[in-house]
Write a protein that binds this ligand. Structure first.
Ligand code: ADP
Ligand code: ZN
Ligand code: ZN
Length: 748
């Protein structure tokens, strides 16, 4: 009797059971069910809960609640704790993330976790805390002379003068050490601090120029698209005033009570850009970038997600922030590769921005002077609307580009006499010159003059780069370093040559050639220390440093008013790249670097050193510009059936053992071939590989790739979905680390 009773009551309980489906951050590609007391209201979708999973306590996100579970109730655990009463991830974001999880074939729990800032991922309360705002007590002119040579302090007070009531999110874009720099000013009473519960609100001091012609048309076209799902490509030459168009469109969307999201590439979220936004926009401006600590980031995220922020400016991951009043999305420098996440959840922020605009019925503006080939193709197909800005906003003429044939020319440290002469002329005329070389360090190779051996990385198939200033060899792929050898590691000879050029070497050569001129070197090494990038940029922008040397960190978005000459040293590398995007990237990089020249009154000159002056693509780029270049390069893509004429996904595998990655990808390929045979009507997917990666060994791991290519996106994704559902169970899967990369930006 007793036993029967127990069975009955448990059956009854099962009838009225409630289950909560939770996205748990684990590599398993599905949600998990947890039990919930039937007499209590279950947590809302989008709320965080703590659950126990494989004997760990994890923070997951509720996706739904249901009255059924495919798993018997007694085998399910209860939800341990509910963190949020209200959803932290809104309904539209939950559906975007579910879509992204299936499109990128990445586990839903990890996708949801990627959308949350770290503080919330760890379970911090979703509450906005008190806010500090800072303002100047004295006029800027009186403060500046008292500061001496303290660039960060200078920038801080200038920012405080340009907008009233700046808060930590604004000031932290100036320097990660802004608090330390500001403290003495607060102590002296020059800067006032206010604590409040109120929202960061920006008071614009500057209303910008009135727009005319193409700029006005572009702005109006954006404004007319409010409330509609529409993609507008703002294709404007460098310096054509795209940012002005964004600012005025943002102002309009804000006045209409909506939020604007501005996505910018990693490198360009500089104080310069944030300063410009802060000086021009009213309302609550929030930035999300890597310089914020977890608390600051969490707070900025909440301001956006709870609808307080009017404008959110951020790098890639900002596309995943809930925005309840979203009315406009802008992707600046949309061609930039940093919009693609390169590990874990490998999403493309530009593509997710397009999905968000569909969900929110709002326009997206894709801005660039060198639009990606995918975007150009979508313009041709009529899916995107193109808006053109064909002249520079300041009235400056476009820079003049010329190829400099360096074959059989004497070179001084990699620079031709003509380049050096031209630099001298520009400096004499009071201009500023930049030498661009996309390689940091002193020299890319240390070569033995006797036996020819190069100093290689022990863990990668790569040469070590010579770093002269720090006296070491460093691998640019895995980061390993060792002391500079005094003798050849193979034969013991002391005749070692440093072969090739990097920024360090070029900067040294320029310092010798122009001893009286201040030089700013901008690359990952010279800007590693916190605040160093800001200092170097300040020297470059103010014109104090009249010679600039740098890598692609110098290419993006910066406005150096005095710059009149740009020399590009290693343009040829892009001509022989192994990747289908090499040529596109080369053209974009050259034109972006070139676009830094002559943005104000003096016309800009760009000299491109090359050993391939007859190369038709290089010639087209220089004489006919990006459009013609892109048309020709797109023809090559069409012939080779590469994106955007096909769709690709890359399966990567790596392991310490050299055979396992290839063996595993053979198994994957065999699965895909068999899968295709059973579904003949579905159309074909071409498999390229498996093959070792271009650089097979990286950080001690052997790497292999299998490329899937199809003319049908749907077929590709169906095959990937079937693969993803079994891949963990395929032979050898446990022996390697594998990943699926949909729409890869490189095949590396
Ligand atoms: P882009 O974003 O296309 O590179 P910017 O918006 O940075 O161009 O504009 C380049 C320069 O031209 C900036 O100094 C900007 O202040 C100026 N500018 C932009 N629009 C105008 C305009 N309508 N009238 C005068 N100057 C302008
Ligand atoms: Zn040797
Ligand atoms: Zn290495």
């Amino acid at each position: 009797m007793v036993v029967e009773d127990a069975v009955n009551s448990s059956a009854e309980a099962a009838e009225s059971q409630v289950f909560v489906q939770v996205a748990v951050p684990t590599p398993v590609a599905r949600c998990f069910d947890y039990r919930w007391p039937s007499d209590e209201t279950p947590p809302v979708p989008g709320a965080r809960v703590v659950v126990s999973f494989a004997r760990r306590r994890l923070v997951g996100v509720v996706v739904a609640s249901a009255s059924h579970s495919s798993v018997p109730s007694e085998r399910l655990k209860r939800v341990t704790e509910v963190i949020d009463r209200e959803a932290v991830l809104s309904a539209d974001l939950l559906s975007l993330l579910s879509w992204a999880a299936s499109y990128y074939h990445h586990p839903i729990g990890e996708v949801m976790a990627a959308a949350l800032p770290r503080a919330l991922r760890l379970g911090a309360p979703a509450e906005i805390t008190q806010r500090e705002t800072f303002s100047l007590n004295e006029p800027l002119e009186e403060i500046l002379p008292t500061l001496g040579r303290a660039p960060v302090q200078r920038q801080l007070v200038q920012r405080l003068a340009s907008a009233s009531g700046c808060d930590s999110t604004v000031l932290s874009t100036i320097s990660a050490r802004w608090r330390t720099s500001l403290a003495p000013l607060i102590e002296r009473g020059v800067v006032a601090v206010e604590h409040s519960m109120s929202l960061p609100s920006n008071g614009a001091t500057d209303h910008g120029p009135a727009l005319e012609g193409e700029q006005a048309l572009a702005r109006d076209a954006v404004i007319e698209s409010f409330g509609q799902q529409k993609t507008l490509v703002l294709n404007g030459v460098t310096g054509s005033g795209k940012t002005e168009v964004y600012l005025q469109a943002i102002e309009a969307v804000r006045k209409g009570g909506k939020q604007a999201l501005v996505l910018v590439p990693e490198i360009s979220l500089t104080p310069q850009l944030m300063g410009r936004f802060a000086a021009r926009l009213d309302g609550c401006l929030v930035s999300l970038h890597s310089g914020l600590n977890d608390t600051e980031r969490g707070q900025a995220w909440l301001l956006a997600a709870q609808g307080h922020a009017d404008v959110v400016v951020g790098t890639r991951s900002a596309v995943l922030v809930p925005l309840p009043r979203l009315g406009l999305v802008i992707v600046d420098e949309e061609h930039d590769g940093s919009f693609k996440q390169q590990d874990g959840f490998r999403y493309h922020a530009r593509d997710l921005a397009l999905m968000r605009s569909r969900d929110c019925q709002c326009p997206v503006v894709l801005g660039s002077a060198t639009p990606s080939f995918e975007t150009l193709r979508n313009v041709t197909l009529g899916r995107f609307t193109e808006l053109r800005l064909s002249v520079r906003a300041t009235g400056a003429p476009p820079p003049s580009l010329a190829l400099l044939d360096i074959r059989r020319r004497p070179l001084v440290e990699g620079m031709s006499d003509r380049l050096l002469d031209t630099i001298a002329q520009h400096l004499e005329a009071g201009g500023q010159a930049m030498v661009f070389i996309n390689r940091r360090g002193f020299a890319p190779t240390l070569l033995c003059n006797d036996c020819g051996a190069a100093a290689d990385c022990a863990r990668c198939d790569a040469h070590m780069t010579v770093h002269a200033a720090s006296g070491c060899l460093r691998c640019h792929h895995c980061g390993a370093d060792r002391a500079m050898p005094t003798a050849c590691e193979s034969c013991g000879s002391i005749h070692l040559d440093r072969v090739g050029y990097g920024t360090e070497r070029i900067a040294r050569a320029l310092a010798e050639a122009f001893p009286d001129i201040e030089i700013a070197r901008i690359d990952r090494d010279s800007t590693r220390r916190r605040g160093a990038l800001e200092e170097q940029l300040d020297r470059a922008v103010s014109g104090r440093a009249r010679l600039l040397v740098g890598t692609q960190m110098l290419a993006k978005g910066h406005h150096f008013p005095a710059l009149t000459l740009v020399g590009i040293l290693d343009a040829d590398r892009g001509l022989f790249g192994i990747d289908f995007r090499s040529l596109e990237n080369m053209g974009q990089l050259i034109l972006q670097v070139a676009g830094r020249a002559g943005r104000e009154s003096t016309p800009g000159t760009v000299l491109i050193q090359t050993r391939n002056p007859d190369n038709p693509m290089l010639q087209t780029l220089v004489s006919d510009g990006y459009d013609t270049f892109a048309t020709h390069a797109l023809d090559e893509r069409r012939v080779a059936n590469w994106p955007p004429y096909s769709f690709v996904a890359l399966i990567r595998a790596e392991a310490v053992n050299d055979r396992q990655p290839l063996d595993f990808l053979d198994t994957v390929a065999a699965f895909l071939v068999a899968d295709m045979q059973t579904r003949e009507a579905d159309g074909q997917i071409d498999l390229l590989g498996p093959a070792p990666a271009p650089m097979e060994r990286l950080a001690g791991k052997f790497r292999a790739r299998l490329l899937l290519q199809s003319e049908s996106r749907a077929h590709l994704h169906e095959a990937l979905a079937r693969l993803a559902s079994v891949i963990d169970a395929l032979e050898g899967a446990r022996l390697v680390r594998w990943s699926i990369d949909v729409d890869p930006v490189d095949l590396f």
